[in-house]
Design a protein around this ligand. Structure first.
Ligand code: ADP
Length: 394
């Protein structure tokens, strides 16, 4: 395949992929994903949800039980890993300890191509230059830092000029500062190289910051594929709502009251027309009321400025200041604990009695039995943490 073929047609399709391991464990079920040429998709989900299995099936390291994997419109099933034009980067880098960085980067080309030694050497040096590791080329992995080893592992993948990049938790072994920096570098690199990429992580913050789109996986099943902002503002179900966003969305189990104009349960919450119409869809099954920590306001008096919002008394358990805002954990008098994000330093102290006002415009509802979303807030109405609405910014 030439470079021009690759850039026009390296879209990747995973079609109804199933993988059941010997012994009967189904790690991936009916998974379908479609990536445009050059797209970066993040596959995110808790440990054990089937992310690595999916990558290994795409790379040809595992054989799918069912389904198809297509690159550029052609099935790659039955092709050996080295014939798939895929490069994979692993969490543990998997570098050869006794080879120099130069030898590690060039190894794949020496084994799988008949390129001349001179061409290989030139390509290794070009890649090292791109990654800023030229001066490390003659060192062995043992004398390199974690970040440097990660760059060598990336170099080994890039040098093969793959059609598809598979990155399996590539930054997990790095400290937080380096992780942030490498995240930006990988994003930049992926854009420059224009290679179709799946990036696997269990870290939803990493997923949100790196992906054009994110695919959320749970127990081998796809929950939602969407932009990070859509997964955050319009989660398809209760699982995505609680998994995406830090701290998690508050989720309170309720049921529709007899008049159908209010929820009862862990909180008694009056319903406006928007919420009442949605809640009636799950009349028989129960309703989960959800709101992001930045949606409510806290006050120590009952005459707050948002008197229209239903208010709940509670007591502050913990205050976590994180700089530009604080997270306040409050146990409501009716039982549940909720998290409230307040801008800046909050005067609220542990043990204080507070009112938590939960505006209806910020409320999501989910079906308690199926977990499916019933209604989301109108995104334009949502204040950011500084209290500025999107409308004011426009
Ligand atoms: P993740 O990458 O999301 O952490 P994995 O794809 O590694 O998840 O694993 C998904 C499930 O498949 C887990 O329950 C794991 O224990 C199981 N699994 C992974 N590899 C094998 C294997 N080779 N044999 C049997 N079960 C496996």
């Amino acid at each position: 395949m030439t470079d021009s073929d690759r850039s026009t047609d390296s879209h990747l399709e995973v079609r109804t992929l199933d993988k059941t391991y010997p012994g009967g464990l189904t790690a991936v079920e009916e998974l379908s994903l479609s990536l445009a040429s050059g797209e970066l998709l993040v596959l995110v989900g808790p440990s054990g949800c089937g992310k690595s299995t999916t990558l290994r099936c795409i790379a040809g390291l595992e054989e799918p039980t069912d389904g198809d994997i297509r690159i550029g419109g052609r099935s790659v099933l039955g092709r050996r890993p080295e014939e798939r034009e895929i490069a994979m980067v692993f969490q543990n880098y998997a570098l050869y300890p006794h080879k120099t960085a130069r030898q590690n980067i060039g190894f794949g080309l020496r084994m799988t191509t008949d390129l001349s030694e001179e061409t290989i050497e030139t390509r290794v040096e070009d890649v090292a230059d791109t990654l800023g590791i030229t001066e490390l080329l003659d060192k062995k992995p043992g004398s390199l830092s974690g970040g440097q080893q990660q760059r060598v592992a990336l170099g080994r993948a890039i040098v093969r000029d793959p059609s598809v990049f598979l990155l399996d938790e590539p930054l997990s072994n790095l400290d937080a500062t380096l992780r942030g920096r490498m995240r930006t570098e990988i994003q930049q690199l992926q854009r420059d190289l224009d290679v179709t990429t799946i990036y696997v992580t269990h870290d939803q913050v990493e997923a949100m910051t790196i992906g054009d789109r994110i695919a959320v996986l749970r127990d081998g099943q796809l929950q939602q594929v969407d932009t990070p902002m859509s997964c955050y503002h319009e989660p398809a179900n209760r699982f995505v709502a609680s998994f995406i966003g830090e701290p998690s969305m508050n989720l309170l189990d309720c049921r529709l009251g007899p008049t159908e104009t209010a929820l009862t349960g862990t909180v008694d919450y009056p319903l406006d027309d928007r919420l009442a119409a949605a809640a009636s869809e799950a009349r028989e099954r129960g309703v989960v009321l959800g709101f992001r920590p930045e949606s409510p306001t806290l006050s120590t008096a009952t005459d707050g400025d948002d008197a229209a919002a239903p208010s709940f008394t509670g007591q502050v358990d913990v205050v976590e200041p994180i700089g530009e805002r604080s997270f306040v954990y409050v146990t409501l008098a009716s039982g549940p604990q909720v998290t409230v994000a307040t801008p800046g330093r909050t005067p609220v102290r542990q043990g204080a009695s507070v009112d938590v006002r939960i505006p209806p415009a910020g409320v999501h509802l989910f079906d308690a039995a199926t977990g499916q979303a019933l209604v989301h807030p109108d995104r334009d109405d949502q204040p950011d943490v500084a209290g500025i609405t999107t409308e004011e910014l426009d």
